[in-house]
Design a protein around this ligand. Structure first.
Ligand code: ATP
Ligand code: MG
Length: 269
């Protein structure tokens, strides 16, 4: 059930950019799909001029039915093109009310649509707060990727949520430092693991720290729909950083099931 949840606790550190960027440069085995689950509403429709429907509302409706996840995603995803890469995305309406209503449907008991065995779902969960409806999704995730800028204020806010994040589920907690870091990853890892071990009395190894991501306006503009990707878009520093991250995430993701033969032929055509 490979599910990667991308979230953050403070600022706008680049969660949506990261969810889409990871999917755009994912290795072939991942067959990723991006699902907008931000309780504040989606951004991809506006940024990439996609259709408002189908959306996460349709995904939630399908999750109640008996269709297999593969068929469900075929019906509710839209292709988002980053030059030659085609990223399937499930958009969320702007505003957030419909996404907040859809989340319990997607994550309730017995619902398996977000944990389909044959693809990695990258869920953009937006900003995390007490009582946010995305906590139920974090519980299902194999990797909870928490974006944070490496400055004193954002790390302090992150520390406040660490206990809840560690307890949220079985998945691996990964803190990804956003662009414009004031501290290196090793220093942040040190601060967080000391806090986890001494103040929370939990395993100091419960969190990994990755990044910082490069500040890369061009790549961010491509992923934000403001710039058309050039021929060498994969070589942009941010894209290359996302591509390398898959090596760090792979050990925490269950193997993606191979498609049945006829599906594989269909996917390749
Ligand atoms: N690595 C980066 N380098 C430069 N700019 C970036 C980078 N990542 C994101 N940005 C820019 O930062 C802004 C916020 O990004 P994004 O929308 O991904 O944030 P977010 O964390 O999802 O917050 P929100 O959901 O509130 O918009 C965008 O303008 C985006 O282009
Ligand atoms: Mg966002």
């Amino acid at each position: 059930m490979p599910l990667v949840a991308v979230t953050y606790v403070k600022g706008r550190p680049g969660a949506t950019t990261t969810a889409l960027g990871l999917a755009a440069v994912a290795p072939e085995w991942a067959r990723p799909v991006v699902v907008e689950c931000d309780p504040a509403g989606g951004d991809l429709v506006r940024r990439h001029e996609l259709a408002a429907v189908p959306s996460v509302v349709d995904l939630a409706a399908a999750a109640r039915g008996t269709a297999r996840p593969r068929e469900v995603f075929a019906a509710v995803t839209q292709p988002l093109k980053v030059r030659e890469a085609m990223v399937p995305v499930v958009c969320a309406p702007p505003g957030g009310a419909q996404t907040r209503a859809a989340l319990p449907e997607l994550t309730g008991g017995g619902r398996a649509v977000l944990t389909a065995p044959d693809r990695v779902v990258v869920a953009d969960c937006g900003r995390l707060g007490q009582g946010s409806p995305v906590w139920s999704l974090l519980r299902l995730a194999d990797v909870v990727l928490v974006l944070a800028r490496a400055n004193a204020a954002d790390v302090a806010h992150l520390r406040e949520h660490l206990g809840d994040l560690i307890d949220a589920g079985e998945g691996r907690l990964v803190v990804l430092l956003g662009a414009g870091a004031a501290y290196p990853a090793a220093e942040v890892a040190d601060v967080l693991s000391t806090h986890i071990g001494q103040e929370l009395a939990r395993d100091p190894q419960a969190v990994s720290v990755l990044g910082p991501l490069p500040h890369d306006r061009r790549a961010a503009a491509v992923l934000g729909g403001d710039l058309v990707a050039g021929r060498r878009w994969r070589r942009l520093p941010l894209m290359a950083a996302y591509a390398r991250m898959w090596d760090d995430l792979a050990p925490y993701l269950p193997a993606v099931a191979a498609l049945p033969t006829e599906q594989a032929a269909e996917a390749a055509s």
